[in-house]
Design a protein around this ligand. Structure first.
Ligand code: 5GP
Length: 113
């Protein structure tokens, strides 16, 4: 069965999309934790980072390069942003489809809770 984020990638479920290309889609988080809070997800349904395979190397590299592109688009590249990948229960992962949180627009605390 398709995950929530697969359905957003195909347009079956609406989202506020800020960027998309042939590999990934970036949209605003429905419950933002910062003034800028978007999720970058691959179109390919990889459940979580630790389940990525060797042949996902190009996809993962593309996503990391896309983070910088999205940060520039959203105007947080110079003010700064945080990239978060929650992997599994202890990290609070709630959607089993790899996603990168890009958070910015305010001072972010460290260490995270
Ligand atoms: P996780 O906790 O798995 O790392 O992150 C999942 C994120 O997806 C959460 O920040 C949550 O607010 C967001 N989210 C859950 N459902 C939806 C939805 O239907 N649309 C959007 N845009 N974001 C969602």
């Amino acid at each position: 069965m398709a995950t929530l984020f697969e359905k957003i990638c195909t347009g079956e479920i609406p989202a506020d999309i800020v960027y998309q290309d042939e590999v990934c889609v970036c949209f605003r988080d429905i419950n933002p934790g910062a003034p800028t809070h978007v999720l970058l997800v691959p179109r390919k349904a990889i459940p979580r980072l630790a389940m990525a395979q060797e042949d996902d190397a190009a996809l993962l590299g593309h996503m990391l390069l896309t983070v910088g592109k999205v940060a520039r688009l959203l105007g947080v590249d110079e003010s700064g942003f945080r990239l978060v990948i929650n992997n599994g229960p202890h990290a609070g992962e709630t959607v089993p489809h790899l996603h990168m949180h890009i958070l910015g627009g305010r001072d972010l605390e460290w260490p995270p809770g």
